[in-house]
Design a binder for this molecule. Sequence first.
Ligand code: AMP
Ligand code: MG
Length: 525
Amino acid sequence: MSGLDALRFDNRFVDELPGDPEQGFRRREVRGALWSAVEPTPVAAPTLLAHSREVASLLGLDDADVASPAFANVFGGNALLSGMRPYAGNYGGHQFGNWAGQLGDGRAITLGEVVNAAGERLELQLKGAGPTPYSRTADGRAVLRSSIREFLCSEAMHHLGVPTTRALSLVGTGEAVVRDMFYDGHPNPEPGAVVCRVAPSFLRFGHYQLPASRGETDLLHTLVDFTIRRDFPHLSGEGEALYAAWFAEICERTAVMVAHWMRVGFVHGVMNTDNMSVLGLTIDYGPYGWIDNYDPDWTPNTTDAQGRRYRFGWQPRVAWWNLSRFAQALSPLFDGVEALQAGLQRFADVYARVDRETIAAKLGLADCRDDDVVRMETLQALLHQGEMDMTLFFRALMDADPADPADASLSAFDGVFYDPAKREDAMPGLRDWFDGYAARLAEEAQDPATRRERMRLANPRYVLRNYLAQQAIDAAEAGDLSGVHELLDVIRRPYDDQPGRERFAQKRPDWARQRAGCSMLSCSS
Ligand code: AMP
Ligand code: MG
């Protein structure tokens, strides 16, 4: 029996929760139900372009299973395995601060919930598999470029230690998808693709917000009880106390996730409440980006260029705002507001704690004192004004030895600047900062090797720089997938020096500064 046939499905979401009586993808409002049965629409020529062997092995699939024609057929949307019960989920959300009503899985179709050999539950969800009742005016498809971006980035985040959904496979459809990349009246046919993403659950804040917004309180109750039973079985108690513990845990997980984003320089780009996972996983990789030159005001998302609501530096406060909207949706489950307020306070407390741990780890300190918080803020202001590369700076800091006169001359930081004039301006400030840092290190008994190792594990050498992903995409669109495969391999060990792969750990080149895909992305994908 092949590994595919051995997959064991246990589709609790559709087995236990109310679904839409209508089948098929006629676009519609769906009330009183949490999902609609809908099958993927077959594509012309499903071809496996890349896969994650780690995710395949989580599912008990080996190389032969992945290479089989059945694999590309199933994960391109042309065939179902026995036990699969495909559906699209029904949810709403706040988009860019405004309540948007019903959204739902417009181009995502869950195939089923697998329980693997270790007893872990893994939902398999195709993205770009064709229309669903929630596709509204769109086609339910995804282009190759954005599918490569989701595939690579979710795996990169996992290897960086950031909570995230995973990606099993990237399948080319052999069909074109028409997109107007910048909504400027220039639609183009582009190659299409389907990603199979994998997570214990893809439940979002918006899943709870939608029934709450419609006054469907029983449905809300049912969904919350189900979520706790299936995804939070470790929580005990009952009634309001149980709900309070559940909400607080979501707040805590969200805080941890966002603190990781800030640590590695990840900008989600579309933190709408429909893109916030109740498991605290990074979800829905669209116009995300990575910080090159440190800039808290940067967002890669051109759709958000005006208000830059989802800029890098605002992510913690946006997460809090999103949790507040989520709390509001849950309020019918509570008598007063205290428990929900306590959950939101948990977010603030946990974020502050993890942020301090991050400061200590990024700077290689045994612990974070109040003056270290200020030290980090001062450094961030310098990185910003001096246009220094965030990732390169912290690795240079790790390699620098303040006791060594050569490093104390700051030459260790030569390679982190983008602009020679800004470098000149920043030098005196950096000099002061580095002296203060050296003095601070001297107050600690930590040996240099321990400090270095602590910093290595908090400061990646390799991140999925926007231009690197774009280069792999350009080649893939011309039929050469080797760049995708090589990047996938590089991001497997982001904290290690990988000799021969220095070109993946360089500053963004000048040509990439203002190029589409490298620094500017839209929601259209
Ligand atoms: P996003 O901002 O990408 O999370 O998407 C917001 C909403 O638009 C979700 O309900 C998506 O399912 C839907 N959506 C985005 N792209 C498409 C598409 N190509 N076809 C159908 N629905 C889409
Ligand atoms: Mg989304």
